[in-house]
Design a protein around this ligand. Structure first.
Ligand code: ADP
Length: 317
């Protein structure tokens, strides 16, 4: 087989480890491997490179993606996807491994429906892919968020401040929920919990009256303007309040061991599935078992952060 591998959408630490695992597993089985640069754009423009073992040396521990990533809105058009398929045929690429988030999965499903042999690997820091308990990049982003929140806690405590920290996770609150629990946040707001402003202000006021020196509020992106929220908290609670948006720093850095392991397992699994003739599926780890879910089904479910953890956060704040 000649297997093409690409990374698409938002980058995530551990994508390189997945590229490496796909490449090495395929080459070790006698397949050929083609690196496709800049996601679906590279497929359309035939930005291909035949990969040897050494093309993926020294990348296991590196953040970002050596293949680059891009967004190609035109991939929604069948005519554009037909060009991509033609470029694959001209190069003799038999099958694709697409590493990315839900947008990448949608593109892969469209290709699959047009007859392309494709499997996907979840690569996104948001942990918002329902067909896998964890996505590649989430663990590293969680470490980054926890490191930042711990540091903000130090200064908040010194100044008796409230810190509002916005983390990524537009569709799934896991990054806020996990980092909030791990850093002892007083209050966690995600798109699953929603923002109950009255309750937030009241509990921060109570905190302050109880003499707590600081308060940490962790909130997912895209919920509210956190700088405006900080002004309201300051006015109402008695705490001086600062908002910090962690932003793109969460996407960077060397992948954690957990992400390297997950990426290595899923990369090899993707190649195994192609060998078994299983296509049109999303690779994932569910209950620590490797699992393939049909792409259409994987995209139907929306991942929600765990109820048990939401309750835990409330009980121990
Ligand atoms: P992510 O994969 O991180 O969610 P995006 O949502 O930006 O990132 O998607 C990555 C790329 O996948 C898009 O730029 C586009 O090329 C392709 N894509 C996204 N949605 C679709 C769709 N509905 N149909 C076909 N291709 C899509």
């Amino acid at each position: 087989m000649k297997i093409g591998v690409l990374t698409s959408g938002g980058d995530a630490p551990g994508m390189n480890a997945a590229i490496r695992a796909v490449t090495r597993a395929a080459l070790n089985s006698g397949d050929k491997v083609v690196g496709i640069y800049d996601g679906y754009r590279g497929l359309v423009y035939a930005k291909f490179k035949d990969f040897r073992r050494t093309d993926v040396s020294e990348i296991l521990n590196k953040g970002g993606t050596i293949l680059g990533t891009a967004r190609l809105p035109e991939f929604l058009y069948e005519s554009v996807r037909k060009i991509a398929i033609l470029k694959m045929e001209l190069d003799g690429i038999d099958a694709l491994v697409c590493i990315g988030g839900d947008g990448t999965y949608r593109g892969a499903l469209d290709l699959s429906n047009m007859g392309v042999k494709v499997v996907t690997i979840p690569g996104t820091i948001d942990n918002d892919i329902a067909s896998s308990d964890y996505t590649i990049g989430f663990s590293t982003a969680l470490n980054t968020a926890c490191d930042a929140i711990d540091k903000l806690r130090d200064t908040s405590s010194s100044h008796q401040r409230c810190s509002i920290i916005e983390v990524m996770g537009r569709h799934c609150g896991d990054l806020a929920l996990f980092s909030g629990i791990c850093c002892g946040a007083e209050y966690i707001i995600t798109n699953e919990t929603g923002l109950d402003k009255e309750n937030l202000l009241e509990s921060l006021k109570k905190n302050r009256l109880e003499g707590r020196r600081h308060a940490i509020v962790v909130i997912s992106e895209n919920i509210t303007d956190v700088h405006e929220l900080a002004k309201e908290v300051e006015k109402y609670s008695g705490y001086e309040c600062r908002a910090t948006i962690l932003g793109y720093v969460q996407r960077g850095g060397a992948p954690s061991p957990e992400d390297r392991l997950l990426a290595s397992r899923l990369g090899k699994y993707a190649v195994d599935l192609l060998h078994e003739g299983v296509y049109g599926v999303a690779c994932g780890v569910v209950g620590n078992e490797l699992k393939a879910t049909p792409l259409a089904e994987a995209l139907k479910q929306q991942r929600k952060s765990q109820l048990e953890l939401n309750n835990l956060a409330k009980k121990i704040s």
